[in-house]
Design a protein around this ligand. Sequence first.
Ligand code: NAD
Length: 257
Amino acid sequence: MRLKEKVAIITGGAGGIGRETALLFAAEGAKVIVVDVNEEEGMETVDLLAAAGGAGQFVRADVSNASDCKNMVSRAEEEFGRLDILFNNAGIMHPKDDDAVNTEEDVWDLTMRVNLKGVYLGCKYGVPALRRAGGGIIVNTASFVALLGAATPQLAYTASKGGVLALTRELAVVHARENIRVNALCPGPLRTELLMKFLDTEEKKQRRLVHVPMGRFGEAKEMAQAALYLCSEESSFVTGTSFNVDGGITAAYVTPE
Ligand code: NAD
């Protein structure tokens, strides 16, 4: 087991990457605090994890809310005695996110609050708990759009993920001597609810796939495996990186037919 006795907080744990990571981390021996605004599906993640013999608790928290973030960290320490891993993974892709002209301020503000401020707040309360545990690991979910401009615009989302990368680098440098590693996971386009709701026609899906050398959407399970690597001892000298798990999209200039 690669995470035996480790205690992990996973935000956005009700679905997609977060749920798959919670199940994988629990199978690898971690005790998992599953965090989400979606209580029903968050509890379902904990039920699935328990049915497979794992240990977990659901905590409802909106990652853009400071007292919720404080509470999720306290709950990890109360329930399981410590915090070793913080996976800041919750995120939104607003259906009205567009180019600069057409994106309304409320869409911009909400996206920044959840996707960027949520990571900062997770760290604000998570870092002291990691210090109390003698060190630990933070993984922040960014995206390939933090590295590439997309012709189908989602300006607020893209900017928020660029912010996550910048924030990750600085956190990694600041906390390196405290035995805290911080990395960003940059998924390519995935077949999760988040993107499939945005690319809501076959034509839009195919337009995105044209750019992926591997010619398919990634799976949440594949991101969970990447997160496991970043949270295990196997990545003990890895910090401050943007870990691209993207079917080759960021390597391509022109993709093969
Ligand atoms: P998803 O929609 O399946 O999961 C996101 C989860 O975050 C949901 O369970 C949702 O309820 C939760 N959430 C939303 N707002 C929240 C809040 N304020 N507080 C707490 N929880 C909240 O999507 P996913 O694809 O698993 O996305 C996970 C992460 O991966 C996101 O940060 C997303 O931006 C990123 N990402 C996704 C893709 C993709 O193609 N799906 C690509 C790159 C990056």
